[in-house]
Design a binder for this molecule. Structure first.
Ligand code: ZN
Length: 325
């Protein structure tokens, strides 16, 4: 029997960000809807800031709109600003989880083999349209958010050069390393040169906080300014004018996922904050699945990626661990 008062009900998250019509941004200058690209004429990397890989993740949309509205142009190289899955975003409803995508997850289909099998789904058609641009990108920042108000973190591959970039940016300081084996499919940051150990392309996902929170958009903005500055797309003066704020430096924390926790009931509730990154000793009770305690399987087990409203048979969260390097 579960001790009374030991679990936390998932918080309700108010909609603090406006869902605006992106039709004024549809016609870019690339021939691809909702993709805008600016070439400085000066040698430098092709940098891309991407929003709305998932249709209900609003912070990236706020950032890319703000960059376009500010008329930002790169001082070196090329800068591409994109809203990826506008079809899903256009169906967005605050209380509906499903508009993460229309037909399939846009962030699980990024391999040429997978794309060759699908010319029909909304997301694959969009990926086919974006792929020629993506193949020329040297530095990709893909802006995301989470259902729960999880503390901000980068998601990245294990390639040393990518880890060095995330370390250098240092905001967010938490990093989640992708597993070597992708059982769910391939992310945009897994595509082509981003995953090639011999290339020098950098792809980073920034998870900036809760989908609907104003704080997520502020975090995404600071991460983006730092990224553009590190890429040389903007200089220090530009960054200051764009509102770069000093952040409290904190040590880099790297995590990896060890195993998923599959709910046995429709009533799995955490005993700890849904903000994630909570550490448990072996045998610590992290959740109750109905009446059954969910125990930490090893010392230092970390609650990662709590999912919204998990049902029996679905992943509720993942056990992870801190990794030294
Ligand atoms: Zn996402």
């Amino acid at each position: 029997m579960r001790p009374r008062g030991t679990v936390l009900e998932p918080p309700v998250y108010p909609l603090e960000l406006s869902r605006v019509d992106l039709a004024p941004y549809r016609e870019g200058n690339t021939g691809i809807d909702h993709v805008h690209s600016f070439d400085s004429g000066v040698p430098g990397p092709h940098v891309m800031v991407n929003a709305l890989t998932h249709g209900n993740e609003l912070c990236g949309m706020v950032v890319v709109r703000r960059l376009l509205d500010a008329g930002i142009r790169p001082r070196a190289g090329r800068l591409t600003l994109a809203f990826a899955n506008v079809a899903a975003y256009d169906r967005f409803a605050h209380d509906a989880l499903q508009w993460r995508f229309v037909d399939r997850d846009f962030n699980r289909l990024w391999s040429d083999a997978l794309l060759a099998q699908d010319h029909a789904s909304v997301e694959a058609r969009r990926a086919h349209a974006l792929a020629p641009v993506l193949r020329t990108v040297d530095r990709l920042l893909d802006l995301h958010s989470t259902w729960h108000a999880v503390l901000p973190f980068f998601v990245l591959s294990r390639l040393p050069r990518v880890r060095r970039w995330a370390d250098h940016l240092a905001l967010p300081a938490r990093q989640l390393l992708l597993p070597a084996f992708r059982h769910e499919g391939f992310h945009m940051i897994d595509y082509g040169a981003f995953a090639d150990p011999h290339a020098d392309a950098i792809g980073l996902i920034a998870e900036c906080g809760q989908h609907f929170a104003g704080a997520s958009a502020r975090t995404a903005w600071q991460v983006t300014i730092r990224f553009l500055q590190a890429c040389g797309s903007i200089d220090d003066g530009d960054a200051g004018r764009l509102g770069l704020e000093p952040v409290e430096t904190r040590p880099i924390e790297r995590y990896e996922i060890v195993q998923p926790v599959i709910a046995a009931t429709d009533a799995l509730r955490l005993t700890c904050s849904y903000a994630g990154f909570v550490v448990f000793p072996a045998g610590g009770v992290a959740a109750y699945d109905g009446q059954a305690p969910v125990l930490a399987p090893f010392d230092g087990a970390v609650v990662l990626a709590p999912r919204p409203d998990p049902r029996a048979g679905q992943q509720a969260f993942a056990w992870g661990r801190r990794v030294a390097d």
